[in-house]
Design a protein around this ligand. Structure first.
Ligand code: DX5
Ligand code: ZN
Length: 218
């Protein structure tokens, strides 16, 4: 039986109490950290100093999702800060193959993210260098948006390529994952589910993430 991974997104947590908010989801597989620069996306969140502090404040592996321009310049800093997985956007990276090598050399897993409108096929050669494919199921920038089911074709395509040995990747989905949408994403072949508002808007975030995990079991 395939055990689904859940990565709560601290974008929906209380930024003044990040250590407590991480502790509230201690049963999670990864803690998803959304880094936004107000250029690649129209929102501004947190950066390297907060990730460094968070690294010391929790044992959870940090899954840093960089929604920033020029990840070629900044991403390795997150690996050096102790992120488990550093995900960059293919739409923003100038040399994604080089970047994946640099991330791995710095001790992190390398993730590549595609916005909802970005197809998979043109990036297959690049993806051979990556450990994680993050399929966005909302336009990146904000939590609490509605799930876009049309991205599930891309998930199925990625699942097929992994299952047939053409790619070695963990398939992750991000955006609008909740009790109403997680089952269709699981059925399409997702390995790791990011959930922000569905976890942190719940009265008991730890219980909410376990409910999602049970729903995603396939
Ligand atoms: C959106 C971020 C997501 C966000 C998801 O750009 O990348 O990680 O936190 O939030 P929900 O789960 O509420 O859609
Ligand atoms: Zn994210």
């Amino acid at each position: 039986v395939h055990q689904p991974m859940i990565a709560p997104s601290i974008l929906s947590a209380d930024f003044a109490r990040l250590a407590d908010e991480a502790a509230a989801v201690a049963g999670a597989d990864w803690l998803h950290v959304d880094v936004m620069d107000a250029h690649f996306v129209p929102n501004l969140t947190i950066g390297l100093p907060v990730v460094k502090s968070l690294r010391a404040a929790t044992d959870l592996p940090l899954d840093c999702h960089l929604m920033i321009e020029d990840p070629d310049r900044w991403a390795v800093g997150y690996a050096e800060a102790g992120a488990h997985n550093v995900t960059v956007h293919v739409e923003a990276a100038a040399d994604p193959v080089r970047l994946a090598k640099d991330l791995r050399a710095a001790g992190a897993k390398a993730g590549l993210s595609l916005k909802p409108g970005t197809p998979l096929a043109p990036h297959l050669d690049v993806l051979k260098h990556y450990d994680t494919l993050l399929v966005m199921s909302v336009e990146p920038g904000f939590g609490g948006q509605g799930f876009m089911p049309e991205v599930l074709d891309k998930v199925r395509e990625a699942r097929r390529l992994v299952d047939t040995g053409h790619l070695t990747l963990l398939v992750e989905i991000d955006g609008g994952i909740n009790a109403d949408t997680i089952e269709q994403a699981a059925e399409a072949g997702v390995d790791c589910f990011v959930a922000g508002s569905a976890v942190y808007d719940a009265a008991d975030p730890g219980a909410a993430l376990e409910r999602l995990r049970a729903q995603a079991a396939r």
